[in-house]
Design a protein around this ligand. Structure first.
Ligand SMILES: Cc1ncc(COP(=O)(O)O)c(C=O)c1O
Length: 386
């Protein structure tokens, strides 16, 4: 086991450890020998491989999932005065990406059991200004995407699927991210595959893919390759200013190598999640993650709910686990609790999230987690059983 990153010698069991294989190191080291370290063959291959895996027509790699969300919104024409609906229980990136487009994030409640967007609350919050919805495949499970798509169709809204947790999650044989207008992935170190930092936009629309590709690279009308293949490389147009959201060759190389192992990675995660399921059953007050039978899952996070009659509150259990040398955490504080977003929420709209926030706790879960690690988590929780 690696030493605790935060140099806390009392921690014996981390919440997460990345799986970097010898092959990963080899391919990264080889990429470092290239004469050009960005916008090159590794990036192209990573995008092609990602298209093949997800069966999407286009994939554009970017510097992180927040960039993927931002560029998706831009490519879909989201602008000032538009409204975009997000669940209250999600990562802040969804809300920030909307705000940086000068649009308004509209925060909607979640269902108590599965944490998906509440469809009744979603419908209540649609106005003339609503342009898009960002459903989140939270913790790796397919969300209620069919219902969200129905609402979108009825109201002519765009869908940006937040697939940050959901590489390897399929819905009726289709990879998530291919069901809406775009799908956005994260390769942050804790995610199912990592490039350290990185992200991807997938789409079946050529127009959207081209727009995202341009905006990723300052809005340049020509690719690096085409600029150097013919004519004068410095001549290109900028029809709309863009960003530097590029994914470099080193990270793209790591992505290629990690993606090769995705089946194995998700299988190991699934085994670990099922082990928790089998050992934590029937503890009064401990609610196990709602794994809806007909929904596929990539087991990104294993989040329990700590409710009455369990002896401890969620915060108390967090502390006890930490005292036992085990790191856990909460994903996340609801969006409506952040200073920057409070004004976008109507508190009577987000009752479920407010309640659930005080109950959720994510247990350690990663591909190479040991039985000893999991048993230590399980036994600590069980020691407080009534
Ligand atoms: C649901 C969700 N969306 C978006 C993001 C943003 O991803 P990134 O850190 O790659 O920008 C995260 C990151 O944790 C996330 O969990």
């Amino acid at each position: 086991m690696k030493k605790d990153f935060f140099k806390d010698s009392t921690i014996k069991f981390p919440a997460y450890e990345p799986w970097i294989s010898k092959d990963d190191k080899r391919i990264v080291s080889k990429a470092l020998d290239q004469s050009m370290l960005t916008l090159g063959p590794q990036l192209e291959k990573f995008e092609v491989d990602f298209c093949k895996y997800t069966k999407s027509k286009y994939a554009v790699a970017v510097s992180n999932c927040t960039a993927a969300l931002h560029l998706s919104l831009k490519a879909l024409g989201i602008k000032e005065h538009d409204e975009v609906i997000i669940p209250d229980l999600t990562f802040v990136a969804d809300a920030s990406a909307i705000l940086v487009c000068n649009a308004k994030p509209v925060i909607v409640d979640i269902n108590k059991n599965d944490f998906f967007l509440s469809i009744s609350n979603l419908k209540k919050n649609i106005t003339k200004r609503t342009k898009a919805i960002i459903p989140v495949h939270i913790y790796g499970q397919v969300c209620n995407i069919d219902e969200v798509l129905d609402v979108a169709r009825e109201n002519d809204l765009k869908i940006i699927e937040d697939c940050a947790h959901a590489i390897g999650t399929f819905h009726n044989s289709k990879h998530v991210g291919t069901l809406g207008d775009t799908g956005c992935f994260s390769f942050y170190p804790t995610k199912n595959i990592t490039t350290a930092e990185g992200g991807m936009v997938i789409t079946n629309s050529k127009k959207i893919a081209e727009k995202v590709r341009q905006l990723r690279n300052h809005g340049m009308s020509k690719s690096l390759k085409s600029r150097y293949s013919s004519g004068y490389p410095w001549i290109f147009d900028i029809s709309e200013p863009g960003y530097n959201y590029r994914l470099d060759e080193i990270r793209a190389a790591l992505g290629i190598s990690q993606l090769k192992r995705i089946k194995k990675i998700n299988e190991l995660r699934k085994n670990a999640a099922f082990y928790y399921n089998s050992k934590l059953q029937n503890i009064p007050g401990i609610v196990l993650p709602d794994m809806v039978n007909d929904k596929t899952h990539s087991y990104h996070l294993y989040t329990i709910r700590v409710t009455k009659p369990f002896k401890l509150s969620r915060n108390q259990l967090f502390k006890k686990l930490k005292q036992a040398g085990i790191r856990t955490t909460v994903y996340w504080m609801p969006i409506h609790k952040y200073g920057a977003f409070r004004k976008f929420a109507n508190l009577s709209n987000v009752k479920n999230t407010s309640k659930i926030y005080n109950e959720i706790l994510a247990l350690p879960l990663f591909p190479k987690i040991s039985k000893k690690h999991q048993d230590s988590v399980i036994n600590t929780i069980k020691s407080f059983q009534k």
